[in-house]
Design a protein around this ligand. Sequence first.
Ligand code: ZN
Length: 340
Amino acid sequence: MGKSNMEVISIEQKYTYVLISGDTSDINKEVITKYWEIISRNKQPLIFKYMVKDIVEEFGLKQQEISKVVRENSEVIIKDNVCVGCGKYISVARSRSELIDDVRLFCNNEYKECNRCRKIREDEEILNKEKEEEEKIAFLFEKHNESIINTRYEELNDLEWNYLVRIGSQYTTPTQVAKKLGLSIKQGNKILNKLFDMSLLVNNPYKQEIGINDNFANKLKDIGIKNKVKPIFGSELAKKAFRQLKKKYLFVYPEIPVCAIIEKENIDHLLTESWHYNYFLTCRLDFVVTDREGVPEFGVEFQGSYHTDGDQYKKDEFKEMLLNEVGLNIQKLTTEDLKV
Ligand SMILES: [Zn+2]
């Protein structure tokens, strides 16, 4: 429909108008006028003055032909209601059924944008949102790279480091990592937040997952971290004990097999029960303190590895007996000792 030469006719006193294209023939103009003429707007549905079949009869046209003439040459607008985008009248209908569908909006005068302007605005909003999202991701990755270049991971404690390594280059969920490390969700989240704050992790923006970029994953490999290798220390407590002992003694060795420091012939006579020999071969001391030649001076066990009752107590007692037999004592560290 051409912009110019639009003819505006009122089909209802107060609000409803029809725009008719200026180059429409007189006969079609008459068809259109009769098609849209309303008796009452107050009743719902709208009451049209002429039934379509009457127009069909009067003009000798098929119903589809009438629909086509109407659709191509006219549109219903609402008086004084122009699009905030383009300033043109807002088209609300090009057929009776469209007008009836939209009758609520039509009467409440809710149209403030034409369909074209609405679509342009919505597309723009989607585009802006996508752009914003992309910028956010780019920013996260940039920060992540900076953190790697600045080797911020060196500030991490062992547990935090382990957490990072466990994630690796595979995107995973915080719950999975916490589970792998035997941490509670709360403990895991504490580390997670710290790693995020340090930009050592990036979000997988498409899922609720966390990860590190390939660059960093390769760096971890360069540093020589292999996920399959377990740390010597079985627990944080053992590590703490080791560090404390190292402050006090020059030569401290962790996880030493008892059979590595005691000759079997010296304790042979103590191997009286069936489990004794196997236990002698497999049991270890949490730490051994030696002189500078590597000769053991005493053993150290910390709380958590010895128990006060049951089977474990029997074994700990036997281990101590083996050491005492060759003139070595076992010093016992408690959690209290480790707090100092
Ligand atoms: Zn518009």
